[in-house]
Design a protein around this ligand. Structure first.
Ligand SMILES: *Cc1c(COP(=O)(O)O)cnc(C)c1O
Length: 352
């Protein structure tokens, strides 16, 4: 730390992204990326946009907003695009958290970082023993609610009626539903935005849409909420979505059939992985995401992570008391998962 850093930030511990090591070619099952390539139309449109990079990107992302508004069945002033959904989440912490924020003790690690960055008071509400959310904990909390649905790293989703109860019981606070993984089997709350002006739904193109490197996310909510978020966007970086990424986003929405088919493959592979892991004495949460959260009957999460890494497979391990028995494994291609299972069999032989 330099002596120049503002004292407000000198205790900030940044978010730790999943590792992207370059020392060897790994099978990457640690950051919930898609194993499938970016859609062809997305690639083609991004390349076309690349020939015009002398110009600033459109700060309103008009073409993308028009395409997406039609796709999601909302009006163009109910949607804002950002540099990954991390950015719209950060904006929400900046904009809507005067009374503080609440989120589960086990959830996306960025929420507490954004809260600290923005000087927001926050309370972490413990998940139940089985890692599910008790919705009663979120009834009328009088603070801004952040819920990942499905949750990370557990993959467990709440149903739409439970989400609606939470939104309804907090009319004076924004409820942010982070749907980064919704395309893999949970129900989206976008259908509720015309009914509740305090609901903000965020999604990303990083997971189901194979565009993690493009950095594209968005928020959908009432016109007034979106206007507030735009005030912040235009006060920080109006050109937050670059031209190539905006074009790729349109391509991805055009190639929706390809994206849906990929999501179906992920769901099939998830079933395959669950079945194989059970045979190897793992138990896991009931995931509707593109990862599973699994624990072995006798080998620790850390040992599994370290040994898999030695064998060229990366998974995610969390050094936190309630999570240390677990590893989070991204649902890759069938071929990647077959290698994973083989390596796990070797590890079990070595250790037991
Ligand atoms: C991956 C992820 C995000 C953000 O991803 P971006 O790449 O910034 O769009 C947000 N929330 C959760 C729960 C995630 O797992």
């Amino acid at each position: 730390m330099s002596s120049f850093l503002t004292s407000k930030l000198d205790h900030l511990v940044p978010y730790t992204p999943g590792e992207q090591p370059k020392d060897m070619k790994y099978i990457k099952l640690n950051t919930n990326e898609s194993p499938f390539p970016t859609s062809e139309t997305a690639q083609r449109l991004a390349l076309e946009a690349a020939s015009n990079l002398q110009l600033y990107s459109d700060p309103e992302c008009r073409d993308l907003v028009n395409t997406a508004a039609e796709y999601f069945g909302v009006s163009t002033d109910q949607i804002i695009f950002t540099n990954g959904s991390d950015e719209v989440l950060n904006f929400a912490f900046m904009a809507f958290c005067e009374n503080g924020a609440v989120f589960p003790d086990i959830t996306y690690g960025f929420y507490s970082v954004f809260a600290k960055l923005n000087g927001v008071d926050f309370k972490e509400i413990p998940l139940k023993q089985d890692f599910s959310v008790d919705i009663n904990d979120y009834m009328g909390v009088n603070k801004t609610v952040f819920l990942a649905n499905p949750n990370a790293p557990t993959g467990i989703a709440l149903g739409l009626d439970d989400i609606e109860k939470i939104v309804k019981s907090n009319p004076n606070n924004v409820v942010v539903i982070d749907e980064a993984y919704v395309d893999f089997g949970a129900e989206s709350a976008i259908s509720l935005i015309n009914k509740y002006d305090n609901l903000l739904v965020t999604q990303t193109f990083s997971k189901s849409r194979s565009l993690a490197g493009g950095r594209l996310g968005f928020g959908i909510g009432s016109k007034a909420l979106i206007r507030d978020l735009n005030t912040i966007k235009y006060s920080t970086n109006p050109y937050n979505v670059n031209s190539m990424t905006a074009a790729a986003g349109i391509g991805s929405l055009i190639d929706d059939e390809y994206i849906r088919a990929n999501c179906e493959k992920i769901k099939e592979n998830r079933e395959y992985l669950v079945k194989e892991l059970k045979k190897l004495d793992f138990t896991m949460t009931d995931s509707t995401a593109n990862f599973i959260f699994a624990k072995h009957s006798s080998i620790s999460g850390k040992d599994i992570y370290l040994r898999l890494k030695e064998k060229g497979v990366l998974v995610r391990y969390f050094d936190k008391e309630r999570l240390k028995d677990y590893t989070r494994i991204t649902i890759g291609s069938k071929e990647q998962l077959e290698v994973l299972i083989d390596k796990l069999k070797e590890i079990i032989k070595e250790l037991l």
